[in-house]
Design a protein around this ligand. Structure first.
Ligand code: VGL
Ligand code: ZN
Length: 194
């Protein structure tokens, strides 16, 4: 059943599909490699329809406050200009993709793609009203980006087979999906997108 037709005013937002969150990375998200083909199909669909693709990336200073060696919860990951911060080579990056770096300030958590970035300005300039969201990780950067987008008045469609959770505590990912839904996000599978 295809109920959601991609049209003018729609954009694909791909969150943090970076080497450190993939197998072999310092903060590998379980099963993250399995969403790559799904995301690639979404990218191709949006590109073919002339709808923009935005990619956020975690882009931390070497001494980011979220790192364990700085007293934070995470291993060192996605340090700016290192291979771990690079987009996966298996990601079919469109040449017109717009990249938004986040978490660039030492003290800011930067889970949300809107936090300290010009993402909203770019979306509004492009007339985007509906965001289709994919990427990593469901329970952190996807969750916070989606909640921020809803707060800012965008309609949000969470591409449920194109996200994966860290699940530090098992069930965190499912909880995040419920939270996004409760706040007004629509959870949709690939088969729903025409
Ligand atoms: C993320 C933990 C730390 C994410 C980023 O992209 O979800 N998670 N930094
Ligand atoms: Zn991070």
């Amino acid at each position: 059943m295809k109920t959601d037709r991609i049209t003018v005013g729609d954009a694909l937002l791909v969150v943090d599909v970076q080497n450190d969150f993939l197998p072999g990375g310092s903060l590998a998200v379980p099963g993250s490699e399995r969403i790559l083909p799904v995301i690639n199909r979404h990218i191709e669909k949006f590109r073919a329809l002339g709808c923009p693709v935005y990619l956020t990336r975690d882009w931390h200073p070497f001494d980011h406050a979220s790192f364990r060696n700085q007293g934070g919860p995470w291993p060192v990951h996605c340090v700016a200009d290192t291979p771990g911060a690079g987009f996966s080579a298996a990601l079919a990056l469109p040449e017109a993709a717009q990249v938004i770096s986040k978490g660039v300030r030492r003290e800011s958590e930067g889970y949300s793609g809107f936090d300290g970035t010009d993402l909203q300005a770019r979306l509004d300039y492009a007339g985007i009203r509906r965001l289709f969201v994919a990427g990593l990780a469901t329970d952190y950067c996807v969750l916070n980006t989606v909640l921020d987008a809803l707060k800012r008045g965008y309609a949000v469609f969470l591409l449920r087979d194109a996200v994966r959770a860290v699940d530090v505590v098992p069930g965190d990912g499912d909880k995040a999906l419920q939270t996004m839904r409760r706040h007004g996000a629509f959870l949709i599978g690939e088969e729903r997108l025409a």
